[in-house]
Ligand binder design. Structure first.
Ligand code: DGL
Length: 290
């Protein structure tokens, strides 16, 4: 890993979901450079095996370290964090490393009714890491946990011009199905008043959820706490950049192993970034089928 404070911070996700974390990172650390990798060729991760996700995480970390000389890594994906962060920490003990996990503890602090909904991928919900997290707070509130198969994929497809209309309809259908399965939402006793968005993709359908659940339900995501934790780790390692990027050093470089247009559209829509900061790269290491 690089110990040069002017080097970039690596951020990755299975696709565009981690852009919600990148947004918070950029706000928290405006002097830093970021390289973002969307592993679209292998998205979604949520319905693949842990072994496959570990292989992808390993390949991506190696690529970002070797080719982009990153000084820190943010795993902006709950599913990859649950499957692989432990192994990554062992493989790269010196690297400042931050993962994301569903914000169950903050939700306990926010909920008045003590009824909390959790939406996440099947991989996250099935992981041992999530089971331990849930066990640590289960005595403090009631949790309705919903695995949301297909939702991250529909959000990915909503950025592709040819598929956007069908994907929007699919997003609404899935949100309706999954929220209904969790129970009643609102602020009356017995209602779910707090909903944890346990997948970084879901942040981009917050408006749809508002429409379905009304204004009283609190939606909890993790971008900001992750950005603050990254700030703390960099400061502790004396790796904070103190000068604005200049010359050839681009403050932001986004890469995808899949469809470039989809990433460009998402970067423009959600971060206001121009298409030139986005690049297509090879799919990195080939993996056996999941
Ligand atoms: N955005 C990811 C997460 O936070 C993964 C979604 C997926 O690829 O299934 O879990």
């Amino acid at each position: 890993m690089s110990t040069d404070p002017t080097h970039p911070i690596g951020v990755f996700d299975s696709g565009i979901g981690g852009l919600s974390v990148l947004q918070a990172l950029q706000k928290e650390l405006p002097l830093e450079r970021f390289v973002y990798l969307a592993d679209n060729a292998h998205a979604p991760y949520g319905e693949k095996s842990e072994t496959f996700i570990r292989q992808r995480t390993h390949a991506i970390a190696e690529y970002l370290l070797a080719q982009h000389h990153i000084k820190a890594l943010v795993v902006a994906c709950n599913t990859a964090t649950a499957a692989a962060i432990h192994e990554l920490r062992t493989q790269h003990p010196q690297l400042p490393l931050v993962g994301v996990e569903p914000a169950l503890k903050p939700a306990v602090a926010l909920s008045q009714t003590g009824q909390i909904g959790v939406m996440a991928t099947r991989g996250t919900v099935a992981s041992d890491k999530f089971a331990r997290l849930l066990a640590s707070v289960q005595s403090e509130a009631h949790f309705e946990v919903q695995a949301c198969n297909g939702l991250a994929l529909a959000i990915e497809q909503s950025t592709l011009p040819d598929e956007a209309v069908a994907a929007q309809a699919q997003i609404m259908h899935l949100l309706q199905t999954y929220t209904q399965a969790m129970g009643s939402f609102g602020c009356a006793p017995g209602d779910i008043d707090t909903l944890v968005l346990g997948c970084t993709h879901y942040v981009f359908v917050q408006q749809h959820l508002r429409q379905l659940l009304g204004p009283d339900v609190q939606l909890v995501s993790t971008g900001e706490p992750v950005a603050r934790q990254t700030h703390r780790l960099l400061a502790a390692a004396q790796l904070l950049n103190t000068q604005a990027p200049h010359g050839a050093a681009q403050p932001m470089r986004l890469m995808t192993t899949g469809d470039l247009q989809g990433l460009q559209a998402a970067a423009q829509r959600w971060l206001g970034l121009p298409p030139e900061v986005c690049w297509a790269i090879p799919a990195l290491l080939s993996n056996p089928a999941p």
